[in-house]
Design a protein around this ligand. Structure first.
Ligand SMILES: [Mg+2]
Length: 180
């Protein structure tokens, strides 16, 4: 079975939900979460919206440096991250890759021959990750780190027509639910 976890980055594996990627620091449990997923046969694919690039407040060079730093941390002992995918656009660009659109999931499904129904999206923003999961045809897990609590409260209206399939305390707890 070819299956993947589509990970949000900021607010899910570390850092803050809306800060610049330059401020990203991994959460203490994130490496274990990725490792547990690997042990159970999942590809780990990060999908991150970086609209700061489209808006011109984050350069591509800085983004690439930061992505390399983060990937280097997670993959230092063993290759835990299979893909690190980014949408650099802003909404007005009308791209196909900005979450909750599914362009980057479709690309991964093709590349790895994934069975989408066996995949999960894990993230802290209901309007991005949970809606993307449902748009793609898989389950969405909302984590309560980053903007997770806000997604269930102040920002619930931004994804009102959807429900998280699972709500988990954090990334590690999310993987534990998946592999049960
Ligand atoms: Mg996030």
């Amino acid at each position: 079975m070819r299956k993947a976890l589509f990970w949000d980055l900021q607010g899910t594996l570390g850092g803050d939900a809306i800060a610049s990627i330059e401020e990203f620091e991994p959460y203490p449990f994130s490496k274990e979460a990725l490792e547990l997923a690997k042990i159970h046969g999942y590809y780990n694919i990060i999908i991150t919206n970086q609209s700061r690039i489209g808006k011109g407040t984050l350069s591509v060079e800085t983004y690439e440096r930061e992505a390399k730093r983060i990937e280097g941390f997670f993959n230092a002992e063993q290759p835990l991250i299979d893909e690190f995918l980014c949408c650099p656009h802003q909404s007005s660009d009308h791209c196909e890759c900005k979450k909750p659109k599914t362009g980057l999931i479709r690309q991964s499904v093709e590349k790895y021959g994934l069975s989408i129904a066996d995949c999960f999206v894990i993230g802290d923003m209901g309007k991005n990750e949970i809606v993307m999961a449902h748009n793609a045809g898989c389950k969405g897990i909302l984590v309560l780190t980053g903007g997770g609590k806000g997604s269930l409260e102040a920002f619930r209206n931004t994804w009102a027509e959807h429900e998280a399939d699972v709500i988990a305390e954090n990334a590690l707890e999310a993987v534990k639910v998946i592999i049960q």
